[in-house]
Design a binder for this molecule. Structure first.
Ligand code: NAD
Length: 366
């Protein structure tokens, strides 16, 4: 029986709650196709700090290195908030993981089912069929990583801080390649978002994406948009986009805007793909819900497990090449939710179910 080898890093607060249910759904879906899950659980974030003294213990990193993918929950919360910033769970676990595995491409589906349009702050007549777009964010370059990055006191006594926005052509080309793959699997429409009227890096970005698409993907309809306009267009008419691709900081902001217009964080998954290949010759990746650890609802058994389950589906698609099972899981989530099984975050005052019952409804649809 083929086995799927992945690391399970559930993290903190609702992390383990939704992870337990996601694993049940994945076990079920895999079992139906005669596949076996061979996952290893490891501590990360606050759990890493409590049990090993660090947010990303060496033993956890080793488990990840020996796996074909990482299924990640979420980390952090009030318990560790007083630690110095560098030791905080998110900063000390997620950023090093991204760096260690060169996870340069963040893929975030912006999905809102037609039946859930009330969850969006947008007027429902703007999104009569819900929302279905994809954001591809470059994750390891640009302003967040460029050097110098420092604060200095000037000779006149004033204080100055510097961040550096830097991109290489090769970095832009590899994210363009990811965006092309994503666009090909959809409507073949790709919008590249930049600030080429002001930023040197954006001029290179635009030229590189244009050349790369012309050379490698003439079948893709490529457009360009300035980031300030993109922020407005997302709120005005999100479905004018199919796939959009952008650099790190712009993607950070636009993907959060996208999450808000799509309603609950409990429904949104994400994939961060690495430059390296796994033992199957497919992209190594880290798969996680868009939301955080939701300490306000942790321990109550009411968190929505869908984002974690859908992240598992993305893992099957990208790191294991199992498109058919991924689609089956996505369809089962959609059917369960649209036929009325809802956790509190997507119930709008109607009947609600807990985390376990939501997963069971999805398994029933499978
Ligand atoms: P959050 O995403 O945890 O919660 C924001 C709101 O969304 C809350 O009301 C929460 O109840 C709700 N929510 C989130 N996921 C949900 C789900 N699955 N089901 C139902 N409701 C859900 O954001 P926050 O409160 O700003 O952050 C809490 C902690 O999580 C912080 O320590 C933050 O640093 C951390 N965090 C971690 C990650 C990560 O691990 N990648 C991402 C974001 C935030």
């Amino acid at each position: 029986m083929p086995t799927l080898k992945f690391a399970v890093l559930a993290g903190d607060y609702i992390g383990p709650e939704v992870m337990t249910e996601a694993l049940r759904v994945l076990e079920h879906a895999a079992g139906q196709e005669n596949l076996t899950l061979a996952y290893i659980k490891a501590d990360v974030g606050g759990a890493g700090i409590d049990n090993h003294g660090t947010a990303l213990p060496d033993s956890t990193l080793k488990v990840c290195e020996q796996s074909d993918a990482i299924l990640f929950g979420s980390v952090g919360g009030p318990k560790w908030e007083k630690l110095p910033p560098k030791e905080q769970p998110e900063r000390a676990a997620l950023l090093p993981l991204r760096k260690h595995f060169t996870l340069f491409a963040n893929i975030r589906p912006g999905l809102l089912y037609r039946e859930l349009t009330d969850a969006s702050p947008l007027k429902t007549n703007r999104i009569p069929d819900g929302i279905d777009i994809v954001c591809i964010r470059e994750l390891t370059g640009g302003l967040y990583f460029g050097l110098p990055k420092q604060t200095t006191t000037l000779p006149d006594g004033d204080v100055q801080a510097v961040d550096t926005m830097v991109y290489r052509k090769s970095e832009i080309e590899r994210i363009a390649a990811t965006a092309i793959t994503a666009a090909r699997a959809r409507k073949k429409k790709l919008c590249s978002v930049d600030k080429a009227n002001v930023l040197e890096t954006s001029v290179l970005w635009r030229k590189t994406v244009t050349d790369y698409v012309a050379r490698h993907a003439p079948d893709i309809a490529l457009t360009h948009m300035y980031v300030d306009n993109a922020a407005m267009q997302l709120a005005r008419d999100p479905n004018q986009f199919d796939v959009f691709v952008t650099e790190n900081m712009f993607g950070d902001i636009l993907s959060d805007e996208m999450a808000v217009i799509c309603g609950s964080l409990g429904m949104l998954s994400s994939a961060s793909l690495g430059a390296g290949k796994n033992s199957l010759g497919l992209p190594f990746g880290l798969y996680e819900p868009a939301g955080g650890t939701a300490p306000d609802i942790a321990g109550k058994g009411i968190a929505n497990p869908c984002a974690q389950i859908l992240s598992g589906a993305l893992m099957l698609r990208f790191s294991f090449g199992l498109e058919k099972i991924a689609m089956r899981i996505e369809a089962a989530v959609k059917k369960a939710v649209t036929s009325g099984t809802r956790t509190a975050d997507i119930a709008f005052g109607g009947a609600t179910v807990g985390t376990r019952a939501m997963a069971e409804a999805i398994i029933a649809q499978l």
